[in-house]
Design a protein around this ligand. Structure first.
Ligand code: SF4
Length: 698
């Protein structure tokens, strides 16, 4: 996508898109302004006149290159909006899909929410694509599109919390004092309250967590700072915008809040919109499952205790009764969570009934402690408004705990997660996740929207959409797979070694490490080596230490953005990484000339959510392996390999060290679903591919 936007697209962009100081908003169009469709502007042109060779776009930006798939996608989106239908579009990297949906969205004149999977794409839309279109549509600079960009609430400052802290500062340590000063000074000038403006604030600032504008601590209209609240302002701006750019997390968090509030008018922060575009839609099932699920941890209970304690202390109403209730909740919470079954990582909690028979008193004790805190707070004679929020939190936790331990819903899997944090701290979390999120989405989303567009570079399996339709419950949707703009036959070689052992055998690691070494010699590094597990990544990295003549980076040694930055600037670098680098990572040019994947990325079958989904499909006579596990792995593999070719001039190697793709019946589904790469099983062909003559010919 970015490849077709000339550098000049950034030039001439009006300063309103600058983030710091002026905030993230670009909605200089006053409230109640008319939609931008007009015959006098570029929006009056047909999509063909806009995208075609010699059309408006190519006249405005000479480097713009016509792509048939982009025009087809724009036409399909326009038709879906006109006919009020849902649409699923797989548009490979290089199609230019963001412009392909932005144009019909602008022409519709309706309010549209665009939801993305990643912050990078959100920023690309807001900071590059929208200004680029604006320049093409309104070259005289006399009009602007009405667009706003929203992040999750915890990215914004809660002014009420900051003012409370200023009145009665309770800060721990010099770091917090320094951070407090920086936040307080910035608050005076910031128009957005978005912490991204405060570059000096550490990512993991504990103080920020005490000051952010999370929904569960917000007083809403009863807040004394409501009028100058950053969230109120953001809501107002969104209500005045035609295009609202959010991410999936914010979208589903908002949907969840509105569901709970049963349509209360001021619930949520996103305004009503009949059209939603979901970009990076392959992530929807996971994100939606998280927001329609429930999780309660000992840490969440502790947070309630801490917040309540500090509020009561600040207001000098910390009574003996309240202190007793908090102490009791702390003790009972910690004790109850310590009784939960042993286990590491994520595992199913199938013995809930037996557990309750054994530990029913402790469970009851915890619930009573939550009820006691709520009652103590309720009975306080004169209490600040915030107390009501704490009562609500205690009651909500009580209801959620009851659901987690006692509910028998057939469409929910109950499980436990033990996460290791810093300083050997272990977090224990009780979780409930919908097994099939499709019916829930059908009821609360698809049936309510006039039109939705689900798009991504990886949605189709063997050219069809049965998998994504089934998982997301999108019925009656049109679908289209668009041809890629890239010449994969000449840009990418796909290598599978037929001689390596099955990756499930113990012999695999040594042989795979040796083959990776050989491949990296040929490609002169410049590679991502992607693994399906941390253990395999560490093992193979260890085996190759001292064997490679190239600089190497290992996931976990530094934050993701720092590793990527170092990869980009270090010649011949090799990065060893796992799932978080399989998607949303964009390295163009020769610096990334090879992507090696260790094995077919099947989800871990023992994972409680995966196991429950497999069981549910098999129970109704389906074949979970072919209907769920293989398609999910196909999409992940497409994502991983998608890191290599990011522009028309990129060229390189994708290698899969798992030859089950050649030997097993299901392998065909993977091969059919991948782009039309040139294929080989010969190491010699890889050498030839990287020979100077071959490289020049391509
Ligand atoms: S309305 Fe909510 S988020 Fe805004 S300042 Fe008040 S408490 Fe904070």
């Amino acid at each position: 996508m970015l490849a077709v936007i000339p550098e000049s697209a950034d030039e001439g962009v009006r300063p309103t898109r600058v983030v710091a100081g002026t905030g993230y908003y670009r909605d200089s169009v006053p409230a109640g302004s008319q939609p931008v469709v007009s015959a006098s502007s570029g929006t009056g042109a047909s999509l063909y006149q806009f995208f075609s060779p010699g059309g408006l776009l190519s006249r405005t930006h000479p480097a713009y290159e016509f792509r048939r798939g982009q025009l087809q996608m724009a036409q399909a989106v326009e038709q879906a909006i006109a006919e009020r239908r849902h649409l699923i579009v797989e548009a490979g990297t290089g199609t230019g899909k963001t412009l392909a949906y932005l144009m019909p969205v602008i022409r519709s004149g309706q309010r549209v929410i665009i939801s993305t999977g990643t912050k990078n794409l959100q920023e690309q839309l807001f900071l590059k694509d929208v200004p680029f279109l604006e320049q093409a549509l309104f070259p005289a600079g006399d009009r602007k599109l009405s667009v706003c960009y929203m992040k999750g609430r915890s990215n914004y400052l809660c002014r009420k919390k900051l003012y409370d802290l200023t009145d009665k500062p309770v800060l721990s340590g010099l770091d917090e004092i320094e951070q407090y000063r920086a936040i307080a000074a910035w608050e005076q000038t910031s128009q957005s309250g978005d912490r991204a403006e405060l570059r000096s604030l550490p990512e993991a600032s504990a103080l920020w967590h005490k000051l952010d504008a999370r929904a569960d601590t917000c007083l809403g209209q009863k807040c004394s700072s409501w009028d100058k609240c950053f969230i109120t302002e953001m809501r107002r701006r969104a209500a005045e915008s035609d295009i609202i750019i959010v991410n999936h997390h914010l979208f589903f968090a908002d949907l969840g809040i509105k569901q709970q509030a049963e349509g209360a008018p001021d619930a949520g922060i996103l305004p009503e919109a009949g059209i939603v575009i979901f970009d990076e839609a392959h992530e929807l099932e996971e994100v939606a499952s998280g927001y329609f699920g429930i999780s309660v941890s000992a840490a969440r209970l502790e947070e309630l205790c801490r917040d309540t304690e500090s509020l009561l202390q600040r207001n000098r109403i910390y009574t003996t009764a309240a202190s007793g209730a908090i102490k009791s909740l702390r003790e009972r919470g910690a004790f109850f969570f310590s009784l939960l079954p042993e286990g590491d990582g994520r595992f199913a909690f199938e013995s809930r009934r037996e557990f309750l028979e054994e530990n029913g008193d402790e469970f009851l004790g915890l619930r009573q402690a939550l009820a006691r805190i709520a009652a103590e707070l309720e009975n306080m004679p004169s209490k600040p408004e915030e107390v009501h929020g704490f009562i609500r939190r205690a009651q909500e936790l009580n209801v959620q705990l009851s659901f987690l331990m006692e509910n028998e819903d057939k469409n929910t899997v109950f499980w436990i997660e033990r996460r290791r944090g810093g300083r050997d701290k272990v977090q224990v979390i009780l979780q409930a996740t919908p097994i099939d999120v499709g019916p829930i989405l059908q009821e609360c989303l698809w049936s309510k929207l006039e039109c939705s567009v689900l798009t991504s570079a990886t949605l189709a399996v063997s050219g069809g959409f049965d998998y994504i339709r089934g998982r997301l419950g999108v019925e009656h949707a049109r679908d289209v797979v668009l041809p890629s703009h890239f010449d994969y036959q000449n840009q990418a070689l796909f290598y599978v070694p037929p001689d390596l052992p099955d990756p499930r055998t113990p012999q695999f690691a040594a042989k795979a490490a040796e083959r990776i070494r050989q491949l990296l010699e040929i490609t002169r590094g410049r590679a991502f080596v992607l693994f399906t597990s941390y253990a395999q990544m560490r093992d193979i990295h260890q085996r190759l230490l001292g064997e490679l003549d190239f600089p190497t980076l290992l996931q976990g040694d530094a934050p993701k953005t720092a590793l990527l930055e170092e990869f980009r600037v270090t010649p011949n670098c090799v990065l060893f990484a796992t799932s978080s680098f399989w998607q949303g990572v964009d390295v163009q040019g020769e610096q990334l000339s090879c992507v090696i994947i260790d094995r077919l990325p099947f989800a871990v079958p023992s994972d409680p959510v995966v196991a429950a989904r497999v069981k549910a499909i098999d129970a109704v006579g389906g074949n979970a392996f072919f209907e769920y596990q293989v398609p999910a792995a196909v999409i992940t593999l497409k994502q991983g390999f998608g890191r290599l070719i990011r522009s028309l001039s990129d060229r390189g190697l994708v290698a899969l060290l798992d030859n089950r793709i050649l030997k097993k019946q299901y392998g065909r589904m993977f091969v059919e679903s991948l782009p039309n790469y040139r294929r080989t099983t010969e190491l010699r062909a890889v050498e030839e591919w990287f020979s100077p003559e071959q490289a020049n010919q391509s």
